[in-house]
Design a protein around this ligand. Structure first.
Ligand SMILES: *Cc1c(COP(=O)(O)O)cnc(C)c1O
Length: 361
């Protein structure tokens, strides 16, 4: 018998979905299929169109987000696919403090005349966001935002946009389907960088688009699949296989990382070298503003021994970075902001290392 994911909790879904039907002799592990083409007259004739390893990963991620998933070569490839849904000259409403790659993609397309932008200075101002929806073709949301960790009222914003017939996309990379399922809140499309929490081992880049199981959702999924196929925005089977292997432990890892983050956020609030702690009370990402400006922040990131000084997030290892060292980072992100991606190590080891680096600031 196959498990029915609707009755199962995420921890079980992550372990059991995306496997072969249970028949005597069937493999228990998902297949890693390395082929560029298939014998003629089957359901898929060429591997830019489909691959069984992608399908296994997509089945598991889709079940977690509550929709149908399509995998892409990176999170930004999934973002590009989502943006391809906007008609030429269409108006996009999006947070100016969103993920810098998404902001760059939108800015470039606006500059090229492919679409028009209306930037949102503050996604927490629900009334202002709703007021900005006039004439929009797409509402792009990210919550919590990267790296300011501002939280939008997704339910209210998605309802307002849907009532106006506006296409809605939510980047769910930070909260993950364990803490927020935007499709249930009415989103048309969820975009995720699986590079981060879902794969979780800092060894692959991968993206996902998830659409609801409805007529509208299926129509969007067809357009996204066509975009993936004709633009070649496909993931590698090896990357997808690694991501599925990582996904098996995602709920376990996330729970541990989140517990670590909550404990560290609490202690950071009273550390004299920390001016501001941004932690929305969920997830494994914390942002702190430290004393000593940009230099102070660089010194902290450069002196930790356990925390890895690197960009990216959501891996098993704790990572630290001064975000403004990224050229495209929005200017509202303070110069002295450090983004902490809390991993699954022992929390006391993490605190000893981090507090020693902060003491030196
Ligand atoms: C990293 C990230 C992306 C882009 O994903 P890649 O896999 O790096 O291309 C998109 N959105 C958010 C919120 C991210 O953190």
């Amino acid at each position: 018998m196959e498990p029915d994911s609707a009755d199962l909790s995420p921890a079980t879904v992550a372990v059991h979905l995306g496997r072969e039907p249970r028949e005597p002799g069937a493999q228990v592990g998902a297949p890693l299929v390395l082929t560029s083409t298939y014998i003629a007259d089957g359901p898929v004739n060429y591997a830019r169109v489909g691959n069984p390893t992608w399908s296994a990963f997509e089945e598991a991620v889709g079940a977690l987000e509550g929709g149908d998933a399509l995998s892409f070569g990176s999170g930004l490839a999934a973002v590009a696919a989502a943006l391809s849904l906007v008609p030429v000259g269409g108006l996009v409403v999006a947070p100016s403090e969103g993920y810098n790659g998404t902001v760059a993609a939108l800015s470039d397309q606006a500059q090229a005349g492919r679409l028009r932008m209306r930037w949102l200075p503050d996604v927490t101002d629900t009334e202002a966001v709703i007021a900005a929806l006039d004439g929009a073709d797409l509402l792009w949301l990210e919550s919590p935002t990267n790296p300011l960790l501002e939280v939008a009222d997704l339910a209210a914003l998605l309802a307002a946009a849907s009532a106006r017939g506006i296409l809605t996309v939510v980047d769910n990379t930070f909260a993950t389907p364990l803490r927020q399922r935007p499709l249930e809140l009415g989103a048309d499309l969820v975009v995720v960088s699986a590079t981060k929490h879902l794969a979780g081992h800092s060894d692959v880049l991968l993206g996902v688009c998830v659409t609801p199981d409805s007529e509208r959702g299926r129509a969007l999924s067809e357009r996204l699949l066509r975009h993936r196929t004709i633009n070649g925005a496909i993931p590698g089977p090896m990357e997808t296989w690694l991501a599925l292997r990582g996904l098996r432990t995602f709920p376990l890892r996330f729970e541990r990382a989140e517990a670590n983050a909550a404990a560290l956020a609490e202690r950071l609030r009273t550390h004299p070298a920390v001016e501001v702690v941004r932690y929305p009370g969920l997830g494994s990402i914390i942002a702190i503003d430290v004393v000593g400006g940009a230099q102070g922040a660089e010194r902290v990131a450069g002196t930790t021994q356990l925390w890895v000084h690197s960009t990216s997030l959501g891996g098993v290892e704790s990572q630290i970075e001064r975000r403004r060292r990224q050229p495209g980072e929005p200017l509202r992100v303070p110069e002295n902001l450090l983004r902490l991606s809390v991993g699954i190590e022992d929390v006391e080891d993490l605190w000893r290392d981090l507090s020693a680096a902060l003491d030196g600031a």
